[in-house]
Write a protein that binds this ligand. Structure first.
Ligand code: UDP
Length: 323
């Protein structure tokens, strides 16, 4: 298989590139290095079947060539991270909508399968957990920029499903739930790398709000296994899948467990949302996937629990320069 990974220098994309090369696929990465890092793929350069282009996915000439030369597109390029969304909403909306539109349109020109990365954010502040793929989406007002990310990804999903319906384009939509692991940076606000760095430096661990909001953290290797499993399964085409762990934890528990496992002396500090993000910021109270659908189709479920994830991320930060 010849795979094209958009956003392949990013956290999930670089792990996917590695796994696909390991099983003998040819892999081309396209990334504009806006949030991705070249260091994430540096170790792959020179491996047989690997090539990369530092380019934006809205460059139609380049994308036309790259898509014509591949068998399957893993579309992971997107502007992500709550901090980035709050600080630079124009970039988030434009990158996510224009980029995806270009990938789908050119993908349709050559009839290439598109694996579209989406997000659990699309469920918004629905609290009726666990969310199955048909659950309602509950969004806040357009005056709160946080919701622009969820809406941009939902628009990508609508567009992908429209291409599937009208032009029979083979697409699979993957809704990721808080994926974590090595190479994820805390730069755009992601909680696990932030907590681990703070704990390892014995600095205060910053819990936003009352810390009773919950998330389910999924290890990147489990996520990559799900992506490849869905790509290999013809019956997944035209459908939406949740990909995530069902181990629900509060952010306060996450902070305590990180401090314990890192053997840190960090205190926990609670920071109000308006100080952490902006006035009127709205968070999701609970977020838990129903993973019945993917489990039934390809037998996937996560293997690594929260402690296993934290141990791996702590080990990664201990030996990396990111600290
Ligand atoms: N969070 C926190 N401290 C931080 C960064 C994030 O308490 O330093 C909280 C954040 O408000 C949210 C949760 O951790 O409730 C998960 O945040 P993240 O940005 O990782 O993902 P998302 O909000 O998209 O689930």
């Amino acid at each position: 298989m010849r795979a094209l990974i958009t956003g392949g220098c990013g956290f999930i994309g670089s792990h996917l590139a590695e796994a696909l090369l390991d099983r003998g696929d040819e892999v081309t990465v396209v990334d504009d290095l806006s949030t991705g890092r070249f260091e994430n793929i540096e170790h792959l350069v020179g491996r047989p079947g690997f090539r990369f282009a530092i380019e934006t996915i809205t460059n139609e000439t380049v994308m036309d060539r790259l898509i014509s030369e591949c068998d399957i597109i893993y579309h992971l390029a997107a502007a992500v991270g709550v901090e980035l969304i709050v600080k630079d909403p124009v970039r988030v909306i434009e990158t996510n909508i224009k980029g995806c539109e270009a990938v789908l349109r050119i993908g349709a020109r050559y009839r290439k399968k598109v694996m579209l990365a989406s997000t659990s954010e699309v469920y918004g502040k629905n609290e009726d957990v666990p969310f199955d793929e048909e659950a309602d989406r509950v969004m806040g007002p357009t005056t709160r920029s946080r919701w622009s990310y969820a809406c941009s990804k939902a628009m990508d999903e609508f567009l992908a499903l429209a291409y599937a319906k009208q032009l029979s384009l083979p697409v699979v939509i993957m809704r990721f739930f808080n994926t974590v692991g090595p190479r994820q940076t805390g730069r755009y606000g992601m909680v696990v790398p932030r907590f681990v760095r703070q704990a390892l430096r014995n600095e205060p661990v910053t819990v936003y709000g009352d810390g009773q909001q919950t998330r389910c953290f999924t290890y990147v290797e489990d996520v990559v296994r799900a992506i490849i499993g869905l790509a290999d399964e013809p019956a997944a085409v035209g459908q939406v899948f949740n990909i995530g762990s069902t181990e629900e934890v509060t952010i306060e528990h996450l902070a305590r467990r990180t401090i314990e496992l890192a053997q840190s002396s960090s205190p926990i500090v609670f920071i109000p949302y308006e100080k952490a993000y902006e006035e009127g910021f709205e968070d999701m109270r609970r977020r838990v996937p129903d993973i019945t659908k993917i489990k039934k189709l390809i037998g996937w479920e996560p293997q690594i629990n929260l402690d296993g994830i934290l141990e791996r991320v702590i080990a990664y930060f201990r030996q990396s320069q990111d600290l």
